[in-house]
Design a protein around this ligand. Structure first.
Ligand code: SAJ
Length: 428
């Protein structure tokens, strides 16, 4: 196999490096020259455990090179992997232009016997009805001259490389040959089981189901948190106890669901259901519940400040974390954004700390980057992201004794014992 990986982002670059590490020749196609140069110099544009080492070893062994010339990459390869972002538009419909543009590029270099693999998350039937016709612009016929398979990436940020090399892999092709060839390829890089499904559509649905399962489960936890708070029960204590049941696994409530995956993918299945005359309610409601969480946090901030004799307006509010989850620098779709915007709109003076996110990104939020000790001096401190660093925050470090926690990484009792006004998602 000679592989071209189209898209060198959070998933594409680790994928390319892993294949190259197994001795396959890989050419990665970057969106622009700057990114291409950085990668060829061994500098990954994203933070991911083990990626830099893997990339540099692949470059040294002459197994990997990045280019910005997609057509040339397509011409010199016989396996083409599409791993580009698939966002949603403002109307919550899938925005597939990156996938369609790569498919067109591949079609310009496609040869008889090639295999095209899609890894990007897409609505059901995308491979069959959108990708295949674009590839057939090459003059070759899918199934006869070239193969197509869908295999979703399922790695979790912070553990991408480990998961890519250990997780099971779901693969569905347009025919058995496509499925089998893709299976042979991925069995070279993962120790996990290869699960072959009937067609590309089934594999596309599997990916969406997985992320929707998580979104719905988090929404359930978030709804439990609101009920528990109103009743005066501690949601974390209750969930911990419930999860001792052998068939119960309730997720963790928080400030809302961020990231490029779980907060977007459910809309792809809703879109597809609507287009096929199926009315869905649970998936949409879960999205709505999770999207409402930043406003729940605003309510907690208001209530805490009120008890301290203040209001949001003219108060200094310190935000701990803008990354969408702990120990990463990624702020895509972060619930911190609507939370900070609302507090800013209501006249709060916002100070933001995040140990992973660079100041120039923090500046795009409606607040000022600040050092940890300065954030801890604010009239109200709000813990938004579950970075490990914040687990070490003790009551002694927080000056004004007003604290709101959206994550169960600190013990409310430690703070209350020291006379704090403490509010937490679902914490009584
Ligand atoms: N979150 C909670 N409570 C929880 C779990 C997560 O509030 O119990 C929040 C997080 O703080 C974060 C968001 O949900 O804001 C999403 O985080 P995540 O850790 O659940 O997932 P992602 O988006 O980083 O990665 C997911 C993974 N999907 C599943 O676990 C089913 C990953 O395996 C996928 O590869 C990835 O989406 C993707 O690319 O689709």
């Amino acid at each position: 196999f000679k592989i071209a990986v189209f898209g060198l982002g959070h998933i594409g670059l680790p994928t390319a490096a892993i294949f190259a590490d197994k001795g396959l020749e890989v050419v990665g196609v970057a969106r622009n020259e700057r990114k291409m140069e950085m990668i060829n110099n061994g500098i990954p544009p994203i933070m991911e455990t083990g990626l830099k080492t893997l990339l540099n070893s692949a470059i040294e062994k002459n197994k990997f090179i990045a280019t910005s010339d997609g057509v040339e990459a397509s011409k010199i390869s016989n396996v083409h992997i599409i791993i580009v972002p698939t966002p949603k538009d403002n109307a919550n419909n899938s925005e597939l232009s990156a996938v369609t543009s790569v498919a067109e590029t591949i079609s310009k270099g496609l040869k008889s016997g090639d295999l095209v693999i899609v890894e990007s998350t897409v609505p059901p039937k995308t491979c069959e009805t959108i990708v295949v016709p674009l590839l057939e612009k090459s003059g070759f016929n899918a199934g006869e001259d070239f193969g197509v398979a869908y295999t979703p990436e399922r790695a979790i940020p912070t553990s991408t490389i480990h998961e890519m090399t250990h997780n099971p892999r779901v693969i569905g092709g347009i025919d058995d040959k496509s499925t089998d060839t893709a299976a042979d390829l991925y069995s070279m890089v993962t120790e996990g089981k290869i699960i072959k499904v009937k067609n590309t559509m089934t594999a596309e649905i599997v990916k969406l189901m997985e992320n929707i399962y998580r979104d719905v489960n988090i929404a359930l936890a978030n709804e439990f948190s609101m009920i528990c708070r109103a009743l005066g029960a501690d949601v974390i204590e209750a969930i911990d106890a419930a999860n001792h049941h052998p068939r119960v696994n309730i997720h963790t409530p928080g400030p809302g669901v961020g990231g490029h995956c779980i907060s977007i993918d459910p809309y792809f299945l809703i879109e597809s259901a609507n287009n096929n005359g199926v009315k869905v309610s649970l998936i949409q409601t879960s999205r709505d519940v999770n999207n409402s969480m930043p406003l729940q946090v605003v309510k907690l901030v208001k209530s805490a400040l009120k008890e301290s004799g203040k209001s949001v307006s003219h108060s200094k509010i310190g935000i701990l974390g803008v990354a969408y989850k702990g120990n990463i620098a990624d702020t895509r779709e972060t619930p911190a954004k609507p939370l900070i915007e609302t507090l800013n709109d209501e006249g709060g003076e916002i100070y933001i700390h995040d140990p992973y996110v660079p100041p120039e990104t923090i500046q795009t939020f409606a607040g000022k980057p600040a050092a940890l000790q300065d954030v801890l001096k604010c009239d109200c401190v709000v813990l938004v992201t579950d970075h490990d660093l914040y687990r070490n925050i003790t009551p002694e470090m927080v000056e004004k004794k007003v604290f709101v926690s959206t994550r169960p990484i600190i013990n409310p009792e430690d703070f209350r014992k020291k006379g704090f006004i403490f509010r937490g998602i679902g914490r009584c």
